[in-house]
Design a protein around this ligand. Structure first.
Ligand SMILES: Nc1ncnc2c1ncn2[C@@H]1O[C@H](COP(=O)(O)OP(=O)(O)OP(=O)(O)O)[C@@H](O)[C@H]1O
Length: 587
């Protein structure tokens, strides 16, 4: 990502991106106006301070006008009060608006992601998506919260100081500006070096993170292959590189601030020396020297800020571009504008008609035809890679067919709303995912209206009730990554209960290949009877006990359905099925 950032030129910030950003800024125009007024007040009061000191010295102290001095004293107090007050509002309002916009962009971005088709998530790296949603949105946040307003503030303050100094005393102003080119050169030189150093820090950190992520998520393999010591060694190397990169960045940063301080002090010394001569010779008033000292002190902070502006805007611009790229994406699988529902609801009749499909160029499903009546239990078998999961992906509309059609009760899938489709089809997958919450909530998931009684009843039907009540807190036991660890079989039973409650007309069962103990296996098989009753089912079956439950078996070979019939019929006519059967892939 840092490479992309480096390649990004500010000139690439086009109108589309600006329009995109402004569409978010627009609703907050009132608050932005108030923030701008506060910013102008900050600028004016910042500029007023040294000038008031000049008046105090020249017009009142030097002539002994104590009443006037009192007046100017009160004016100064008021001016600093206004500065405090407007600084608060400037920062608060700008941050408020910025945070609102960032929140809104993040929300829009997230909801966009949720609607994108599954293919997008296969093609993008997980880390890239997460980094856009977090790192890039944050980079934008820096700019939006205070970046804009601070930039204007710095610009006005600097210009104001220069103008006032030139007006007050041209020669003294030019003398005090002597250090500016030096500081500009140093800051821009160090700025470039720092940018490179920080890019290096980010790269090394990304490598470190990737390494940690890979070894932690594969810790079982790491331990099984005795790689702990090797991995620790590699990590140590990466960690050392990261440390060195950080030290280098710090060493540059450590030069920058003293350099700015030195220039400031040098400016003050110049004012004092040249101004002092002027005062002694009578060409400059003491008040002007005092005011100049004030202005020089206020000069360098905005100057240093402005020198960093290009970097800030460059990384925010790159971030904005990356966010916008995702916002523009449209889901490939689109919802119908006018969805259809059969009269009397779906009954669960399924038709695949001449379906062809390819993920890329290579056809995966070829001329696939299948008719299932409502209530049919159908098992799909085939060697690995034959296309079984793809058939399911097409039926659940994770992908659309390339040609042909899939019909539910005579209605093309593409004319059915996502909501109806997800209500009609229930999927019990072999990778059961449990959320980090209680067992009860996991069973209720997607169906929040069900009562506790119904949850228990569903669990009883799929024979999960006994093991659940045996857990420390029964149905309230926390599961998922942070909770109690359940066995594969127990997780299956919970997902059965979840599906039973959702009560879909069509059931898809992607059976687990890993074996469970004989007792759990028996429970699963009994639960399946309950789940299959009265539903149309397509099962990717691996166990003979499951296969036996199907009235029809279909053999899939390289994307084609080569036989459909009862176990006996298919066994007699299909050599692939015989092979699978004999090799006991189907147990
Ligand atoms: N997202 C994808 N992008 C590209 N090709 C894919 C994708 N998913 C699967 N394939 C390819 O499609 C073919 C069929 O895969 P599929 O997962 O449907 O087979 P399967 O019969 O379910 O296999 P298994 O029993 O091993 O799960 C394979 O050649 C696979 O490499």
């Amino acid at each position: 990502m840092s490479d992309e950032e480096d390649d990004f030129q500010l000139s690439e910030l086009n109108w589309k991106l600006f329009r995109f950003l402004f569409s978010y800024l627009k609703p907050y125009s009132k608050r932005l106006l108030l923030a701008s007024i506060a910013m102008l007040m900050v600028t004016v009061t910042t500029l007023a301070g040294p000038y008031l000191s000049k008046l105090a010295v020249d017009d009142y102290i030097m002539v002994g006008d104590l009443a006037g001095l009192n007046r100017i004293f009160i004016l100064m107090i008021i001016s600093y009060g206004v500065l405090w007050f407007s600084s608060y509002w400037q920062r608060y309002l700008a941050s408020w608006v910025g945070q609102q916009i960032v929140g809104k962009i993040r929300k829009d971005f997230y909801s966009k992601l949720q609607r994108l088709s599954i293919d997008f998530f296969y093609q993008q790296r997980k880390g890239d998506i997460i980094s856009r949603l977090t790192h890039d949105v944050n980079a934008l946040s820096d700019l939006l919260t205070t970046g804009f307003i601070n930039l204007l503030n710095d610009f006005f303050t600097l210009s104001g100081i220069v103008v006032i100094m030139l007006l007050l005393n041209l020669k003294l102003a030019l003398v005090s500006f002597i250090t500016i080119p030096v500081i500009l050169f140093v800051v821009s030189y160090l700025g470039k070096k720092m940018r490179r150093a920080y890019r290096d820090v980010r790269q090394k950190l990304a490598q470190l993170n990737a390494d940690v992520e890979e070894s932690i998520s594969n810790i079982r393999i790491v331990q099984a292959l005795n790689r702990e010591a090797v991995n620790t060694g590699e990590f140590k190397k990466l960690s050392w590189k990261n440390l060195k990169a950080n030290l280098k960045a710090v060493s540059i940063l450590a030069v920058l601030f003293p350099t700015i301080s030195l220039s400031k002090v040098l400016g003050e010394v110049l004012v004092l020396w040249y101004g002092g001569w002027g005062v002694v010779k009578g060409s400059i008033t003491l008040g002007v020297v005092v005011a100049f000292l004030g202005y020089v002190r206020r000069f360098f902070a905005p100057l240093a800020n402005l020198s960093q502006v290009y970097n800030t805007y460059q990384s925010a611009g790159a971030a904005l571009e990356r966010i916008y790229e995702y916002i523009l994406l449209e889901p490939e699988i689109k919802e119908p504008a006018e969805p259809l529902v059969p009269e009397g609801g779906f009954s669960g009749e399924i038709d695949f008609v001449d379906v062809d499909f390819a993920y890329d160029q290579e056809p995966v499903i070829k001329g696939f035809n299948l008719h299932l009546d409502s209530g049919d239990n159908f098992a799909l078998v085939g060697k690995t890679g034959a296309g079984k999961t793809t058939v399911i992906n097409l039926l659940t509309r994770l992908y659309d067919v390339d040609s042909g059609e899939i019909l539910l009760d005579g209605i093309d899938l593409r004319k059915i709303s996502f909501e109806s489709l997800r209500e009609v089809i229930g999927v019990v997958s072999q990778n059961v995912f449990l959320f980090n919450t209680s067992i009860k909530e996991n069973i209720k998931y997607g169906n929040p209206k069900v009562t506790e009684k119904e949850v228990i009843k569903a669990a009883q039907k799929v024979h999960a009730h006994d093991f659940i009540t045996g857990l420390p807190e029964g149905y309230e036991t926390e599961v998922g990554e942070k909770g109690v660890k359940l066995s594969g079989g127990q997780k299956q039973l919970i997902s059965f209960a979840r599906t039973l409650l959702a009560d879909p007309q069509i059931l898809i069962l992607d059976e687990a290949t890993s074996s469970v103990d004989a007792y759990t296996e028996m429970l699963i098989q009994q639960a399946l009877d309950e789940l299959l009753a009265g539903r149309t089912a397509i099962m990717i079956a691996h166990r003979f006990s499951t296969l036996k439950k199907a009235e029809k078996i279909g053999v899939l070979e390289e994307g084609r359905l080569t036989s459909v019939g009862s176990h006996q019929e298919v066994l007699e006519e299909n050599s692939t099925y015989q092979e699978l059967y004999q090799k006991q892939l189907i147990k």
